[in-house]
Design a protein around this ligand. Structure first.
Ligand SMILES: *Cc1c(COP(=O)(O)O)cnc(C)c1O
Length: 368
């Protein structure tokens, strides 16, 4: 018997009647792009985060791209982020014409190391884009302090951090913009693509609404150049259903993670470190292991699925040769060769957590 890395069908099965009714509502109205379901979802997600505005778009990447544009980033500018992330964090900067500048991570949290930030700021820097990797916030207190002192915008990549918080303040409400993804595997996932931007700035929210819809405020009058980045009505209706369950799912993730923490406390792998005051939402439960690849193979041989997030830092990707001159990022390189994500999803049976932990302990002992 095998243990999958995740099981999206488990969640869909339990919600099927609610989802069917939501889909039927959209089919009945025919409002397939934006419309009242998307508007209602924006209001409900803004309330969930404690954000003033929420602007729904058609992917997390579009959320980052449009937020960067609203922050004024463009050709001739630099935007600072990290190389230890999904490629979209960096690609969204490139999409604006600005140059991505990469700083190393804190090895405990795998998020932007604020101590490296100031040295990377130049007169061309326009914005800072921290990534809340694996479901834990980057160290936003120091990052915001540095950004304010230098007059820089902050765009949070919260694609993996729905409901995560630091000192009671949620992801998406620290920076000028919070960018969420509703890709199906995220903690809140659509049945397709989706994304959203949070902001407290009324003017920026209005600009984002235009940017996602060809720069128009009224039909066929284009005040600014924009894009087609509108959320679909079906996704809005589906996300409204799922949002009602998100807190329960998050607690179920945290419960499985706490069990892993306990079972792996004496193992040869390093369990995730949680900063004091941080609410980690465990998009991924990622451990560090000295002989990562051997451990992964040993788990696969026992029928246990794992994931690598991420094996190649962005500036070492073939497509991103222009970033190859990035100054040394030893913590990123070490993390890329040592991390492995264990199975975790809200419906995961506790029995499976026990079996995975046992397998890790046995395998890590033999591959040392
Ligand atoms: C998923 C993800 C994105 C991109 O979101 P999409 O909806 O797939 O475009 C951006 N950043 C991070 C950290 C992600 O995990």
């Amino acid at each position: 018997m095998t243990i999958p890395f995740m099981d999206l069908q488990a969640q869909l099965r339990s919600l099927r009647p609610e989802l069917d009714a939501a889909v039927a509502r959209v089919l009945d109205t025919g409002h397939f792009v934006l419309g009242e379901e998307v508007e209602a979802f924006e209001k409900e997600f803004a309330a969930y985060c404690g954000a003033r505005h929420a602007v729904a778009v058609n992917s997390g990447t579009a959320a980052l791209h449009l937020a960067l544009l609203a922050a004024g980033a463009g050709p001739g500018h630099e935007v600072i982020t990290v190389p230890f992330t999904f490629v979209a964090s960096v690609a969204a900067i490139w999409q604006t014409g600005a140059r991505p500048v990469l700083v190393d991570i804190d090895p405990r949290t795998f998020t932007m190391d604020p101590a490296r930030l100031e040295a990377a700021i130049t007169p061309l820097t326009r914005a800072i884009l921290p990534v809340h990797l694996y479901g834990q916030l980057a160290e936003m207190g120091p990052i915001m302090e540095i950004a304010r002192r230098h007059g820089l915008a902050v765009i949070e990549d919260a694609a993996q951090a729905h409901g995560a918080a630091q000192d009671g303040r949620q992801a998406g409400t620290w920076g000028d913009f919070g960018c969420f993804s509703f890709y199906p595997t995220k903690n809140l996932g659509a049945c397709g693509e989706g994304g959203l931007i949070t902001t407290a700035d009324d003017g920026a929210a209005a600009t984002l609404r235009m940017l996602r819809d060809w720069g128009q405020r009224e039909k066929y009058r284009h005040d600014i150049k924009g894009f087609n980045a509108r959320m679909e009505g079906l996704q809005g209706a589906i996300l409204r259903v799922k949002l009602r369950h998100l807190e329960r799912w998050t607690e179920e993730r945290r419960d499985r993670a706490a069990l892993y923490d306990r079972l792996l406390s004496d193992a040869e792998v390093r369990a995730p470190w949680v900063r004091p005051g941080s609410r980690h939402v465990y998009h991924l439960y990622t451990v560090r292991a000295g002989r990562r690849d051997a451990l992964r193979e040993a788990l696969a041989a026992r029928g246990i699925g794992t994931g690598l997030h991420y094996p190649i830092p962005v500036h070492r990707q073939p497509a991103w040769a222009e970033l190859a001159g990035t100054p040394d990022v030893p913590q990123t390189d070490a993390a890329a060769s040592e991390v492995v994500s264990l199975p975790l999803y809200p419906e995961m049976p506790h029995e499976h957590v026990h079996r995975v932990a046992q397998a890790v302990i046995e395998a890590a002992g033999t591959v040392r």
